[in-house]
Design a protein around this ligand. Structure first.
Ligand code: COD
Ligand code: ATP
Length: 197
């Protein structure tokens, strides 16, 4: 049986970077954002549906994320429509990944794990947490990111502390060292749980 570890946290707090730490230690990682990227790519599973709700964001058979981001900031109704297309596709992909990887520690990088009520799908949930100042400076350093888009995304997510309070493990991502240490502790605990089971 695989051990399913959900990995979540607020935007830019270090999910993907931490997922890589788990991968470096032999875990298999599934990433919700990458699944969305694939679905938006050429001939991706979401392209035809998105062409119906946001035609100007689709060209040459793929979804232009920058255009989609701009449309979302102009139209508050677009994001829920987009989510209704994307979230079922993402869940299906996740289930296929679990079926294809029996017997390992599987890590699931999922930004909206708590918001979508998915915690019960996992054996445990880890939450990355950095200070809000570190988060803001890291997110705003990304190209194409604006303070307005950052605030809009934050308003759609649970507060970071609320996610951390519900998690089984917290990973301090204020520095590479704190994060690596936390990942080692979590993996040791999971292996102990597997041995005791
Ligand atoms: C808004 C979009 C176009 C922005 O694309 P962009 O390349 O700038 O960002 P990316 O997809 O890498 O997301 C960055 C982060 O934003 C946050 N985020 C993304 N979508 C959402 C959402 N619907 N609600 C809350 N936070 C979100 C997450 O923390 C995510 O990790 C894109 O995020 C999108 O299409 N979102 C809708 C699909 C979705 O809900 N994805 C979340 C994972 S299933
Ligand atoms: N432990 C850490 N120490 C130092 N920098 C980090 C750490 N974790 C992440 N970062 C940096 O913070 C930024 C955001 O990290 P990352 O992309 O992993 O966050 P994320 O939570 O996956 O973001 P998103 O929610 O947008 O998908 C990156 O520039 C990354 O290099």
């Amino acid at each position: 049986m695989s051990f399913l570890l959900g990995l979540t946290g607020s935007i830019g707090m270090g999910k993907s970077t931490t997922a890589q730490l788990f991968a470096d230690r032999g875990c298999k990682v599934w990433d919700a954002d990458s699944t969305v990227h694939r679905a938006y790519g050429e001939n991706g599973a979401a392209v035809a549906s998105i062409a119906k709700i946001a035609p100007s964001a689709v060209s040459q058979g793929f979804v232009d994320r920058a255009k989609l981001r701009a449309l979302i900031s102009q139209d508050a109704k677009l994001l829920p429509k987009l989510e209704a297309i994307i979230h079922p596709l993402v869940k299906k992909d996740r289930e296929a990944f679990i079926a294809g990887n029996p017997g390992s520690i599987l890590v699931f990088d999922i930004p909206l794990l708590f918001e979508l009520n998915s915690a019960a799908d996992f054996d445990a949930v880890a939450c990355v947490l950095s200070s809000p100042e570190v988060q803001e400076s890291r997110v705003l350093a990304r190209s194409g990111m604006t303070a307005e888009h950052f605030q809009m995304i934050l308003s759609k997510q649970w507060p970071a502390e609320e996610k951390a309070a519900r998690a089984d493990y917290i990973i301090d991502t204020n520095s590479p060292e704190t994060a690596a240490r936390a990942v080692d502790v979590i993996l040791a605990d999971i292996k102990k749980r597997q041995k005791d089971a």
